[in-house]
Design a protein around this ligand. Structure first.
Ligand SMILES: [Zn+2]
Length: 180
């Protein structure tokens, strides 16, 4: 059954490298067969910040992102530089909510700087792209893949992210074709 999703809306949350967001928006559209809009940006909600952890609560951001939707068919992807968490996780790189069709990806831990390494924009972009595709895949009803080479493989550390490919495996590709 086809999901009646219209377009993907990319939202920079707070101060984000706009070139990177722009490149991401250009590249995710064709993968999911949807047009992509980029919004000017949204302030990170103060109430989403946990001052003790110095991280933003991912579920709060997803709820805020839902408000930018022009209609219920839109899918919203937020990108931020801040570190994210869930109550049961020390940190997360990305998160999505299939009910409100929103997803968020953080650049905080995928930047080389976080590991004390010189910044490498192409490496960081590739990681952002893979994690964004993985989160968006959930919103197209795909569950995480068990194939470590597939872009839809669940990966929370840089080794797994760097080792996986930028494409869907055949099983995910088939699943996505059915959902489109
Ligand atoms: Zn797969």
């Amino acid at each position: 059954m086809a999901l009646m999703k219209s377009k993907i809306v990319v939202v920079p949350l707070g101060e984000v490298d706009f070139m990177m967001v722009n490149r991401l928006a250009t590249n995710v559209g064709p993968i999911f067969g949807r047009s992509v809009d980029i919004l000017k940006g949204m302030k990170l909600p103060d109430e989403g910040l946990n001052v003790i952890r110095n991280q933003y609560y991912a579920s709060n951001l997803l709820a805020k992102l839902e408000r930018v939707k022009a209609n219920h068919k839109e899918i919203v992807l937020g990108v931020c530089e801040e570190d994210l968490y869930l109550p049961d996780e020390p940190y997360i790189i990305g998160h999505s909510d299939t009910v409100c069709a929103t997803a968020v990806v953080s650049l905080f831990r995928i930047r080389q700087e976080f590991y004390g390494l010189p910044e490498d924009e192409s490496k960081v972009y590739t990681r952002l792209f893979k994690q964004a595709v993985h989160q968006l895949a959930h919103l197209f009803d795909l569950t995480s893949c068990r194939n470590p080479r597939c872009v839809n493989y669940f990966s929370q550390n840089m080794i797994d992210i760097d080792n996986k490919g930028e494409r869907f495996c055949d099983i995910c590709k088939r699943g996505l074709a059915e959902k489109r």
